[in-house]
Design a protein around this ligand. Structure first.
Ligand SMILES: Cc1cc2nc3c(=O)[nH]c(=O)nc-3n(C[C@H](O)[C@H](O)[C@H](O)COP(=O)(O)OP(=O)(O)OC[C@H]3O[C@@H](n4cnc5c(N)ncnc54)[C@H](O)[C@@H]3O)c2cc1C
Length: 527
């Protein structure tokens, strides 16, 4: 964690903080006092400002920022970070922030790829939901209520424990990802081919709206309930609780990981994977992650999980993907929660209890992009993609198989639209360790993405809103016109974009919940 000295150096390099550090106490207090008085009048005292305690402020701010690009000295920082511990406190913070003209940034796990939960274009307050992380499991009903600040790790841990390994939940694999942002954008994971996205399994939600009212599924109405499931975090209100339909795992799962190396081997296996993975039984998840080693030799790692035993796993692979040559000896049966731990990215030797740790180990600077593939890449286009990876060993592509349950929902079932016809999703990601390398890596990923254009979905070239990408377009302070926002909105939401604009114009006409790629208000539709 940063020391006070580090904080002061960072603050001196940051114009916003610098001006506040040098402001007279009365100037700083004029800026803050309206908001702080309002919070205290409403019994919200669990907040921190950098003037009251720089070290606590700075530690808290950085605790949940996962992408170091948004912890750089030039990044705008909030005046206040509030940690509400009840729904009523969230309501009070919304009312006070709005009354005193502060932009709101809601933060759950802090994993936003473009820092939308931790940065702002105008003076802002972070409402960090980490204390709203309770998980209440109803084993008899096969459901759970979780706080809007719970992480996936907390959610998985408590579901497995309370149900004695009977139930799981379909969502992403990284335990420090927050349910707040993740479910709001869809939430794809190893169980999604069988059970759908996290957002497909939301039965109810409690949301604090722009007027500070607490709404449930009935009182928010069907349009808003539709929008909060896949329409992206930070546009609709603050989800303080989700009701989940749990995934009935009913037994053990089998997992394996198979790594192969060398240009020709990777080419052949990935070409075959493209036609196999989305056609496997729904119970089977088989992803392919491609990256080169430090000697620029390309490799692929196949990660498999089957909701069943080892013998069936090996049989299915032998029948449908013989050339991968999966042997019984590399397959392991285990309770679902152990598979979560295994694919969590946590260091070897971690225990299930480590899933409860909200701090992401091994942070880096990163940039990501996404695509959807509907027609398999042929040999020469795949060869070209592999060349980009061989050029840059810090870059990776993760190919996530679709099909199965993902094909069964209509595109407008919820706001997340990427359904039938997708063979797989691509996530491009590049990580680095020094700020001065920003340009090098951002430029590499842009070139790679440009190269891929002819081979991926078109009109629009689709993108996944949980893999936010500001290169698709953005509006300062979240005040884009509908036509401007259509540029990225169509790519994230396809034909659902227009309905999202209508819902936004009705439920948040003053655009209280906004961000650079948020859903815009259409003045003509405001009631
Ligand atoms: C290491 C890593 C692994 C990932 N793995 C996967 C994966 O396997 N599958 C997948 O689909 N995605 C994955 N993602 C992407 C992830 O789903 C998104 O980044 C998601 O938005 C993160 O949610 P968060 O709450 O952690 O982030 P935050 O930064 O806290 O929030 C993201 C956005 O949602 C808003 N928001 C947060 N909480 C709430 C709330 N309670 N109510 C309303 N709005 C809210 C924020 O204001 C912000 O705009 C991964 C990301 C990372 C960094």
């Amino acid at each position: 964690m940063a020391t006070l000295t580090t904080f002061v150096i960072v603050a001196l390099l940051n114009p916003l903080l610098y001006s506040l550090l040098n402001a007279s106490p009365s100037m700083a207090s004029t800026l803050e006092s309206g908001l702080l008085d309002c919070l205290e009048d409403n019994s919200v005292i669990n907040y921190t400002t950098f003037t009251s305690s720089p070290q606590i402020y700075y530690n808290l701010l950085n605790f949940s920022i996962q992408n170091l690009r948004f912890a750089e000295p030039s990044t705008p920082m909030p005046y206040v970070i509030v940690l509400p511990s009840s729904n009523i406190q969230v309501q009070s913070v919304v009312v006070c922030s709005r009354r005193h003209g502060w932009l709101i940034r809601t933060r759950c796990g802090g994993h936003s790829y473009e820092g939308f939960s931790s940065t702002g274009d105008s003076p802002f307050v972070i409402i960090d939901l980490m204390r709203l992380n309770k998980v209440d499991v109803d084993v008899a009903e096969g459901t759970a209520w979780i706080g809007g600040g719970a992480t996936l790790g907390e959610t998985y841990y408590h579901i497995a424990k309370a149900s004695k390994d009977r139930y799981g939940f379909s969502a992403g694999s990284c335990p420090t990802v927050g349910s707040g942002g993740h479910i709001s954008g869809g939430g794809f994971g190893l169980l999604s081919r069988k059970f759908g996205l996290a957002a497909d399994n939301i039965l109810d939600a409690l949301v604090v709206n722009a007027d500070g009212l607490l709404l449930d599924k009935t009182t928010m109405g069907k349009d808003m309930f539709w929008a909060i499931r896949g329409g992206g975090g930070g546009s609709w209100g603050i989800v303080v609780a989700w009701k989940l339909r749990l995934a009935d795992i009913n037994g053990k799962v089998t997992v394996f990981q198979a790594k192969r190396e060398g240009n020709e081997t990777v080419m052949n296996l990935v070409r075959e994977w493209q036609v196999v993975a989305h056609n496997l039984p729904k119970e089977f998840y088989l992803s392919a992650t491609l990256a080169a080693n430090s000697s620029h030799v390309i490799g692929v790692s196949f990660l498999g999980m089957y909701l069943g035993g080892v013998d069936d796993t090996v049989r299915i692979m032998r029948d449908q993907f013989r050339s991968l040559a999966i042997r019984k000896s590399i397959c392991k049966e285990m309770p679902w929660i152990d598979s979560v731990l295994r694919f969590s990215g946590l260091p070897d030797g971690s225990t299930k209890e480590d899933l409860l740790n909200r701090f992401l180990v091994g942070k880096s600077f990163f940039k990501a992009k996404s695509d959807y593939v509907k027609v398999p890449l042929n040999a020469s286009s795949l060869e070209g993609a592999i060349k980009y990876l061989e050029e840059e060993p810090s870059g990776t592509i993760i190919l996530d198989p679709y099909g199965g349950k993902m094909d069964e929902f209509e595109e407008d079932h919820i706001a997340f639209p990427h359904r039938k016809g997708n063979l797989y999703g691509i996530q491009y990601i590049v990580n680095w360790q020094r700020q001065e390398d920003d340009y090098k890596y951002m430029n590499w990923i842009k070139r790679f993405y440009d190269y891929m254009e002819p081979y991926v979905s078109k009109s629009p070239r689709e993108a996944y809103v949980n893999y936010l990408d500001m290169d698709l377009g953005a509006a300062r302070n979240g005040t884009a016109s509908v036509e401007t926002a259509r540029k990225w909105g169509k790519r994230y939401f396809k034909n659902n974009f227009d309905r999202l604009v209508t819902v936004k114009s009705h439920v948040d006409p003053h655009n209280v919940f906004r961000n650079p790629q948020g859903i815009p208000v259409d003045p003509k539709q405001v009631r």
